[in-house]
Write a protein that binds this ligand. Structure first.
Ligand code: MG
Length: 306
C-alpha cells in the first residue's frame, strides 16, 4: 500500500515559489459522476480552501484535499510538487467502443504467460482474492506473482467498484507494480478527483498520463503496458532507469516515459539496486477492484534496439 494517501496538514504548507501561476483552473477539472446528466457537466468541485499560508487546496466531495502543497518539487518536472493539485489535469478522452461486445480485448498470444484467465489464482501469492464469474476481486492484501519479470509486455483489464467506493484519495484505488516497486495507478478518477499524478494511468506520484481515457465504474478498462526494467552496474549504481509505454483503452498515454524511482506516496525515492527480475504486484487498497484477462510476455528490450 505504498500510495496510501492521508490528510494534509495545511500548517505544513510551504508558500508557492515564484514561477507560473499556480491557480487552479476548475474548468479543467470535470468529474463526471456515474449517470451524470450530460457530458461536460462540472460536478464535484468543492470550494477552494485557502490555508493560512495562502496555498489553495481543492477538497473533494467528502472534504478531503485532492493534492499536496507541502511535498517536494519533482526534479524531473520542477514546476510541480509531488501530488500537486495544480498540475494540469490530462484531457479527458472518451475511449472507443469495444469492437466485439463479447470480447472487447485480446486474450493471450501463444508466447504469453497467463497470470489470470478467470479460472484460478495459481500464479499469485497469497492467492486469497476471490473469483466471481471469471473475475478476481481485490481483497485484504496485495498479491504478487510467483514468477519474476524484468522487461515485459503486460495486459490486464480492471473495473472500478460500481457503485463507486472509497474516499477522495482512495476511490477505487489499486495499482499494478512492475518489479513490485514501480506503480501504474489504477483509480476511479472517472468519478473522483485526485492529484493528476495519482489518476488512473499515472506513473504514480511521478507523471500523469498524457490523456485520461478512463471508462466509468462498472465498465472494463484495458491496460497494455510495455515496461523496460532499470539496469544497475556491479556497484549497484543506476545505469539506466525504468521506462514505460502504455495504451489505456487503446489510447497512448505513455511513450517511453522515464520512471524516476520507486513510486512512493509523498516521498521522492531514489533507485536502489535490485535483481533484474522481480515479481509483479497488484495492489489492494480497501476497494474491491475487479480484474480479468491478465497476461504477460517476457521481453528483452535492451538488446532489441537495432
Ligand atoms: Mg494505487
Amino acid at each position: 500500500m505504498s500510495d496510501h494517501p492521508g490528510p494534509l496538514d495545511p500548517k505544513e504548507n510551504a508558500p508557492p515559489e515564484a514561477g507560473p501561476s499556480r491557480g487552479i483552473d476548475l474548468s479543467r477539472r470535470r468529474f463526471l459522476k456515474r449517470g451524470a446528466v450530460t457530458a461536460g457537466a462540472i460536478l464535484g468541485a468543492g470550494p477552494i480552501v485557502r490555508s493560512a499560508l495562502g496555498a489553495e487546496l481543492v477538497p473533494g466531495d467528502d472534504g478531503e484535499v485532492v493534492g499536496y502543497l507541502d511535498t517536494p518539487y519533482l526534479p524531473w518536472a520542477p514546476e510541480y510538487r509531488k501530488h500537486d493539485p495544480n498540475r494540469p489535469w490530462p484531457t479527458d478522452v472518451t475511449p472507443g467502443e469495444p469492437c466485439c461486445p463479447d470480447n472487447p480485448a485480446f486474450g493471450p498470444p501463444s508466447d504469453a504467460i497467463v497470470l489470470f484467465d478467470g479460472s484460478n489464482m495459481d500464479a499469485w501469492e497469497p492467492n486469497e482474492w476471490e473469483i466471481e464469474n471469471g473475475e478476481v476481486v481485490a481483497y485484504e492484501d496485495d498479491i504478487t506473482t510467483l514468477e519474476s519479470f524484468g522487461d515485459c509486455q503486460l495486459h490486464l483489464e480492471w473495473q472500478a467498484p460500481d457503485p463507486p467506493r472509497g474516499s477522495t484519495t482512495d476511490r477505487g484505488n489499486s495499482g499494478v507494480f512492475f518489479m513490485s516497486r514501480y506503480e501504474i495507478q489504477i483509480f476511479d478518477s472517472y468519478t473522483e478527483k485526485i492529484y493528476p499524478d495519482g489518476i488512473a494511468g499515472a506513473v504514480y506520484g511521478e507523471t500523469p498520463p498524457m490523456v485520461h481515457p478512463i471508462r466509468p465504474p462498472g465498465q472494463w478498462n484495458v491496460y497494455d503496458i510495455t515496461f523496460t526494467a532499470p539496469v544497475f552496474n556491479g556497484d549497484g549504481d543506476l545505469v539506466s532507469p525504468a521506462r514505460v509505454t502504455m495504451l489505456f483503452n487503446g489510447v497512448l498515454v505513455h511513450n517511453n516515459t522515464t520512471i524516476h524511482g520507486p513510486t512512493d506516496w509523498r516521498e521522492i525515492s531514489e533507485y536502489s539496486a535490485h535483481p533484474p527480475e522481480q515479481p509483479l504486484r497488484l495492489q489492494e487498497h480497501g476497494n474491491p477492484v475487479r480484474f480479468r484477462n491478465i497476461w504477460i510476455r517476457r521481453l528483452n528490450l535492451r538488446n532489441n534496439n537495432g
